[in-house]
Design a protein around this ligand. Sequence first.
Ligand code: AGP
Length: 598
Amino acid sequence: MCGIIGAVTESAIKPVLAGLGRLEYRGYDSSGISIVINNEIKTRKVQGKLKKLKHILAEQPLDGEYAIGHTRWATHGKATLINAHPHQCGQVSVVHNGIIENHLQLKQQLLQWGHILKSSTDSEVIPHLINHYLSLQMTQEEAIERTIRQLKGSYALGVLINGVEKNLYAIKQGSPLVISEGNDGAYMASDAMALGRDINKIYYPKDNELIKLNADNVQLCNASLNKKIHYVNNTYYENIISKGKYSSFMEKEIFEQVDLLSNAMSKQQASSYTAINFTKLNKITIVACGTSYYAAAVAKFWFEKYANISVAIDIASEYRYRSPIITDNELTIFVSQSGETADTLAALAYAKSKKAQTLALVNVCNSSIAREAGFFFEIFAGPEIGVASTKAFTCQLAVFYKMCIEAAKQRAFISHTELRKLASYFQLVPYLIKKVLKQSSDMKRLAKKLSTYSNVLFLGRGIVTPIAQEGALKLKEISYIHAEAYAAGELKHGPIALLDEQMPVVVLAPKDSLTDKLLSNIQEVQARNAPVFIIGDACIREYINLQEDEFFELPSIPESILPFITVLPMQLLALYCAQALERNVDQPRNLAKSVTVE
Ligand code: AGP
């Protein structure tokens, strides 16, 4: 959840600060750095965003060869200065991402040893324990390893020790960590992107491998470093971390979807969905969180309708706590953009412990979920920086759609003509996305009006119900407007009581087999004086009286590909509402891109 970085290089502050900028998507409650200067560790931290820290360091510059940095998403302890990382004890300074579950017991022990802990974080125990063991004349490596043996939970750590020797250590257990050796130094970080143009080869350590980085080299302690190195294209990362002509990463990522979907389609053709024997399956369970969960909800519709396979969908944070029944002929699919979501990872571990066949759909191929699953498919969205997930969703859908065609083919549930139709509709996706994006100014107008309300209801029917839910999630996440979504038929079972002049309803109304039923639902809403906004087919306007800024026209879309296209207006609506309210689109409050805590 937090971002950590460390560097050993001639001027370490520069890559550490630049890296923290690229890690801010992981959390931005506070930030801080530690650096060795004149044989002493100096630490600077601020509550709030990195720009405050940069400002302080611009006024009082610090630089040296060894530095670590941290950007925080608060879990244990409020987002205050005292809780900001790095945490230091003597000549040991630590940055931590993850959770130390037994920190209270460890704190107790440290208090008995006479240590004074200042913060209310779970992380502060780590430098104190290391310092304690160093005081018992253990070597630096022994002191870290002794500490690690006491920690329960998950962690990726950067440990800076200024002793007889100066060293930067890195170690992880269940949290992401990369190590890099460049021509000019050695680096560690939560992800490769943080290292930007300075990296060319990276190493993904295994759990509990202690790695020492110093001015001479990178070493695996207590074993020979038989590294599997990944070579990285620097320009690729440079393009990823630039917003280009867009005002936010979210906007850039929304507009990237035209090209991505065309590319992703050809890449996915190369992937082999034939590896799955769908004829042997009698059930698929799909487990995910947030936006990835809504992709699963769309997939359920496709697999059941076109391949006649029963699909159960589960929220990852609930899955392993309710004794799910896992049968022999079942495939359990885990969907995660980041591949690091703790709830999804824990659900995967649970499924594996019950001998389930597991498949992951991920965007980050080196992620924990990709590594842990029986096998995985990449969604080819490219790194997604905006906290609000956009392009990953449509790329997840693309993989599911292709898988579903393969399943339908193997199970011979629909005719060859229908199969060909499904495949040809898929080819229309980039063109239709482009068409919708061209009308973005219409959505800006609609969003301006909608953003004046504090609550919004979203309605959909059939295959676009998960899209209405995704729309509500996007809107609340980045604009802070309270939004909930319902299948339109559910309205009369309760939510209708909420309707009045102050409760606008956004209806997703493409032309499909349920349009007539949806029209009746819209009448019900208008009869209760609730303002209605429609994202729908042109035909809707013949029946419902709407002003220009209350309607966004959808092109004509084949039913099977509706989710790909209708989600675009939802993403734009959230973006423009957030902009109208002057929210920080890429860094919404209380959120972080990868939720690596339970
Ligand atoms: C989406 O906009 C959210 N930020 C969030 O719901 C996200 O989709 C969820 O946390 C799951 O993340 P994952 O796909 O990386 O597992």
